[in-house]
Design a protein around this ligand. Structure first.
Ligand code: SF4
Length: 364
């Protein structure tokens, strides 16, 4: 998944610089809001709509990029048709399952989904426990190339894929020729609303924010709608604290977040060295081999997406009586809408307590 996140970050970096230049002519080019969290993107698409969706970064999320990589590049490498591959993703939240169902996936095979199944880390832990398997029995394999243990690397950002830090550094260099060392976060209202700025001679050149959790997201939206939101870029995550607090992570026996396990995971994760995606030679090869270049139409199709507004999310909210398919089914399957067959197949009957004596001998 690191390679997929690399693509997502590299495309987000380029898009931010483009939007920054466009901003004087197109007001909604900024702030650019990240799109890697499906909990947030679904809320933006289905509830907030047009005032917000133009601000969403069009770079696909790491999970969506992984779908394209596996069903397109990997399938071709292995000489397999995409439908012969069953692609399972392990994720920190249930929203990633919904993301896998989201329409608009573009892979080599029209109509095929990038991910066929999404399991949360908690579900994987449960399956392994039920099968008497230990994580120590599992071997880590790679899809692309020979990954040796010492090459394992991560992105910046403990609770996220680190879009903010990578885009910030890239923008500082590209737009202002400034090299940023450590990215310094400043907590504002609370620890889930933080700010990062690039300043020169007392002037703020870049103002980025990290906004986690729906309380902070709603505040951000209110200010955005009033035109009083001074940020160029916002990393938005639906879960307070970020992905390590996702509802799909392993839990304690009584169903709460396993805090000591989370601390352990944070510790292990921070010990992995960081490598900026633009320094990876493997990524450059993939752009050439898979996508015919970094700015090719193929890269645009495989690595970017579009967003719907609530008024266009009709596939799930359409009144059932307007569906021609439903009318056909009534005729073909049930011999009409009010036929005895429709009554039998679509209706049930209920018993009163006096008739429910077969299994529950209750005295009223
Ligand atoms: S922040 Fe939460 S909802 Fe969003 S991707 Fe991470 S775990 Fe999932």
């Amino acid at each position: 998944m690191t390679i997929a996140a690399d693509f997502s970050i590299l495309e987000s970096q380029k898009e931010f610089v483009r939007r920054y230049h466009q901003h004087s002519e197109e007001e909604r080019a900024l702030p650019m809001l990240t799109s890697a969290c499906p909990g947030w993107v679904r809320y933006a698409e289905r509830v907030l709509g047009r005032p917000v969706t133009p601000h969403l970064c069009t770079a696909k999320s790491p999970q969506q990029v992984m779908g394209s990589l596996v069903k397109d590049y990997f399938a071709r490498q292995q000489n397999l048709s995409p439908e012969k591959i069953f692609h399972v993703i392990v994720a920190p939240c249930y929203d990633k399952k919904l993301e896998a169902l989201r329409e608009g996936f573009s892979t080599a095979l029209p109509g095929s989904r990038g991910a066929d199944c999404v399991l949360t880390s908690g579900e994987i832990a449960q399956i392994m426990e039920q099968s008497d398997l230990s994580v120590k029995d599992a071997t880590v394999d790679t899809l692309f190339g020979d990954l040796k243990e010492e090459e394992v690397r991560r992105h910046e950002g403990r609770g996220s894929d680190g879009h903010l830090a990578h885009v910030f550094r890239h923008a500082a260099k590209e737009l202002f020729n400034e090299d940023v060392g450590e990215v310094t976060y400043r907590s504002l209202r609370n620890k889930d609303f933080q700010e990062v700025t690039l300043e020169k001679n007392g002037e703020v050149l870049l103002r980025f924010a990290a906004t986690y959790g729906f309380r902070n997201i709603q505040n951000m939206i209110l200010k955005l709608k009033k035109g009083k939101f001074p940020y160029h870029f916002v990393e938005v995550l639906a879960c307070p604290g970020g992905c390590l607090n996702g509802r799909g992570q392993a839990q304690t026996a009584d169903g709460h977040a396993d805090k000591s396990l989370l601390r352990q995971m944070e510790g292990i994760y921070s010990d992995i060295p960081v490598r900026p995606p633009e320094t990876s030679a493997h990524m450059q090869e993939l752009y050439q081999e898979w996508l015919e270049g970094t700015d090719s139409p193929k890269a645009q199709e495989a690595l970017h997406t579009t967003y719907q507004s609530p008024e266009h999310c009709t596939h799930s909210l359409r009144p059932p009586e307007t569906s021609a398919h439903m009318q056909e089914l009534y005729q073909e399957w049930l011999e009409g809408t009010d036929s005895p067959k429709a009554q039998e197949a679509l209706h049930t009957t209920y018993q009163s307590p006096e008739h429910c004596t077969h299994s529950l001998d209750i005295k009223w």
